[in-house]
Design a protein around this ligand. Structure first.
Ligand code: HEC
Length: 137
């Protein structure tokens, strides 16, 4: 019985902690949802701290995101292109630029600067295509 519990525990742990594929896919779904939430606030002209905290979460996602692609994590359920392995610098750079856009969008939202929020928000929207076209199958 004890062994069974131990095995179950280890299995659960590996599912929860050692699965970069599901971790990064979940972060992408979060990013998608956060962008929609940001859209809604912008549409209602709510350039405020709530909007800033959305961008802060996106900033955090993009800081972690490129660390979730170890060489042995391709294929299977992943749609990540192995180009990531061959072009890590470019991949990391796109993630870094996205992180920076999110940081600037956050500051602009905190300052209530509508025009700047719009610009950095657009940059975040552009990030999906510029990364996916190159690094997602
Ligand atoms: C730095 C690169 C990068 C950026 C920026 C990026 N993505 Fe992705 N995205 C990926 C990669 C790589 C995958 C495939 C990951 C995998 O399946 O292992 C992916 C997968 C996804 C998925 C599928 C998640 C799942 O459940 O399998 C969604 C949804 C998604 N991205 C949405 C977005 C949206 C929306 C944006 C922009 C607002 C965005 N992504 C920006 C690299 C990026």
């Amino acid at each position: 019985m004890f062994k069974l519990i131990l095995i179950f525990f280890l299995l659960a742990q590996s599912l929860l902690y050692a699965n970069p594929i599901s971790d990064r896919q979940e972060l992408m779904r979060d990013y998608n949802k956060l962008m929609r939430a940001a859209n809604n606030l912008i549409r209602e002209n709510e350039i405020n701290d709530d909007l800033a905290s959305i961008y802060e979460e996106i900033e955090e996602i993009m800081r972690v995101y490129p660390t979730l692609f170890p060489d042995d994590s391709f294929g299977g359920k992943s749609k990540a292109s192995t180009d990531i392995i061959d072009n890590r610098e470019l991949f990391n750079q796109i993630a870094k630029e996205t992180e920076n856009s999110a940081a600037l969008a956050k500051l602009s939202a905190q300052e209530g600067e509508f025009e700047n929020v719009m610009q950095f928000h657009q940059n975040l929207f552009g990030s999906c295509k510029s990364c996916h076209s190159r690094f997602k199958n």
